[in-house]
Design a protein around this ligand. Structure first.
Ligand SMILES: Nc1nc2c(ncn2[C@@H]2O[C@H](COP(=O)(O)OP(=O)(O)OP(=O)(O)O)[C@@H](O)[C@H]2O)c(=O)[nH]1
Ligand SMILES: [Mg+2]
Length: 317
């Protein structure tokens, strides 16, 4: 059977193989994605983001167990924009998955900067598409909050969970640019630690001042992920947000946002590609110096660079 059919039939080894082809931008990846794209669109995709160590992986495992008990299949993508190698942290994630690692209803994949050519965010979008087409009911995208990556998550998911913990500069964590805007649910994890209530009050006060989503109030939920405390309410909160998306038609808006962002990223990558190696890179660097040293203005330099790509076939160095 062809790889696509095996992926669509739920063959885990085929899925792992397909994802590698996609992420490594192997020639087989493109036709695979083209075949999988129309089959996707059924999964509910949840983003989980927050500072390092707040308990994202522990929450992910707890939420996965919750959904497994409800008979749902779950795929997890752990994205680490800070790590150039698939090192210890990801291994740690594996260990925390515990019994889930051998559950056939659970699929885990980690993505680090290495091996994700053409952009980590673009690769994540493609992996989500493959998992969706493979028939998973729920897909969790875990990403460490490092600014832009945090904000990028929202373009890939239906619901974005922002995880905070007490005693980390508290409310200030959420003030960081864009965080208030992207959160569909706030989770205060490590609620067994001191200061959880104060953080809750601060967050509530902040949400009071923030622009509201029409017809939806962003909840602030407390959890102790290590003991499953509050996990049910997170799952309920995600269901409520999903219902809101369906009711308000925002579901379709999110799909449009995802498609728009994917196209923008791919276009950008494709347009920049001729300048990332060989003679193209040299021409680009020369233009950089020309602009910095004021021999050429930036607009003129770009016009010359674009003209250059049109003179040559794109694959010629
Ligand atoms: N006390 C307490 N510890 C927790 C809780 N949740 C997670 N932890 C612990 O916090 C540590 C970090 O948890 P992780 O789930 O790895 O956190 P993470 O956000 O995924 O970390 P990175 O992926 O490295 O950013 C682990 O030692 C967990 O056992 C909690 O609710 N209470
Ligand atoms: Mg983690």
């Amino acid at each position: 059977m062809a790889l696509v059919e095996r992926v669509l039939a739920g063959d885990r080894r085929a899925l792992a193989q397909a994802i590698t082809a996609i992420v490594e931008r192997e020639p087989a990846g493109r036709p695979l994605l083209a075949a999988l794209h129309p089959k996707a669109g059924r999964a509910r995709i949840v983003g989980l983001t927050g500072a390092p160590g707040v308990g994202k992986s522990t929450l992910t495992a707890a939420l996965t167990r919750h959904w497994r008990r409800a008979g749902l299949s779950v795929a997890i993508v752990a994205v680490d924009p800070t790590s150039p190698f698939s090192g210890g942290a990801l291994l740690g994630d594996r260990i925390r998955m515990g019994e889930l690692a051998t559950d056939p209803g659970v699929f885990f994949r980690s993505l680090a900067t290495r091996g994700a050519m053409g952009g980590l965010a673009a690769a994540t979008g493609d992996v989500v598409t493959a998992l969706d087409a493979a028939g998973f009911d729920r897909i969790i995208v875990e990403t460490i909050g490092t600014g832009q990556a945090e904000v990028d998550v929202i373009t890939m998911v239906h619901s974005c969970v922002v995880v905070l913990i007490p005693g980390m500069g508290d409310g200030v964590q959420a003030f960081k640019a864009g965080i208030l805007e992207i959160a569909d649910l706030f989770v205060i994890n490590k609620a067994d630690h001191e200061g959880a209530e104060r953080l809750h009050e601060q967050m509530a006060a902040m949400l009071e001042l923030a622009p509201k989503q029409e017809g939806y109030a962003v909840p602030i939920l407390a959890t102790v992920a290590t003991t499953d405390e509050g996990i049910d309410s997170v799952a309920d909160g995600l269901d409520a947000h999903w219902q809101h998306l369906l009711r308000s038609g925002k579901h379709h808006e999110r799909d449009l946002l995802r498609a728009r962002t994917q196209l923008q990223r791919l276009l950008q990558a494709q347009l920049l590609a001729p300048f990332e190696q060989g003679a193209g890179e040299a021409a680009f660097e020369a233009a950089v110096r020309d602009v910095a040293e004021r021999r050429v203005d930036p607009h003129g330099a770009v016009a010359a660079l674009v003209a250059r790509t049109q003179e040559r076939p794109p694959h010629e160095p």
